[in-house]
Ligand binder design. Structure first.
Ligand SMILES: Nc1ncnc2c1ncn2[C@@H]1O[C@H](COP(=O)(O)OP(=O)(O)OP(=O)(O)O)[C@@H](O)[C@H]1O
Length: 196
């Protein structure tokens, strides 16, 4: 269970009060909220990148020399990759060996694209490589932060269809942050509107 209870954070002069989060593995929790409310700050806390004042924070144990079991996907996948590295080199930074290869066809990506650099792919293709990079075997929770906001409806639908099947199969908990309430209501078991 990914749990955050009574958490808050001060950023500059602003106090951000987080909603309580209870996310079991294998479930999908949505969060919507206006710009600046603190959604990315919440993701940073849950990914263990910044600390906040909390009554309770339960995150999965992170093992030495292993990827963070809480992976965070951001909207602008072009910023998530080193522009000088090929996709293969970037994937090899998180995956041990090439066990990700079967995932490529599952997500409609061609193995020959591994030799390309990030600027030689479309936004949707790059976001799917970003997703595959995050789906290392140790991933227990995935935070999807507006990950399909810039994609057309068909590409969005394909992305979520594939990810939901994979998350169910691997018992991964998904925290989906989006302005798109239609999307959240379609894919989440529970949706938090922030602020309430
Ligand atoms: N590194 C930082 N240092 C100081 N203040 C920050 C920092 N990052 C964000 N903030 C401030 O914290 C508040 C919450 O920002 P955050 O990015 O978490 O909001 P958000 O809900 O994700 O917004 P958006 O939907 O626009 O991405 C904002 O007032 C922002 O200006």
């Amino acid at each position: 269970m990914l749990t955050l209870r009574n958490g808050y954070l001060h950023r500059r002069n602003k106090r951000i009060e987080f909603p309580d989060i209870y996310l079991p593995r294998g479930e999908v929790l949505g969060i919507s909220g206006p710009s600046g409310v603190g959604k990315s700050s919440l993701a940073s806390v849950l990914a263990g990148m910044i600390t906040a004042d909390v009554e309770l924070l339960e995150l999965p144990m992170r093992q030495v020399n292993q990827a963070n079991p809480v992976q965070w996907l951001i909207q602008q996948s072009e910023f998530a990759f080193n522009p000088r590295l090929t996709l293969k080199a970037s994937l090899n930074e998180s995956w041990k060996g090439e066990a990700y290869l079967p995932l490529l066809s599952e997500y409609g990506l061609e193995a020959s694209w591994l030799a390309r650099r990030p600027n030689q792919l479309s936004g949707g293709q790059l976001q799917r490589f970003n997703l595959i990079r995050a789906l290392v075997p140790t991933t227990e929770y995935l935070i999807c932060d507006e990950v399909t906001a810039h994609l057309d409806m068909v590409t969005q639908a394909e992305f979520w269809q594939q990810l939901l099947v994979c998350a169910k199969r691997r018992n991964i908990g998904l925290l989906v942050i989006s302005h798109d309430e239609y999307l959240l209501n379609a894919i989440c078991q529970q949706v938090i509107k922030w602020p309430r």
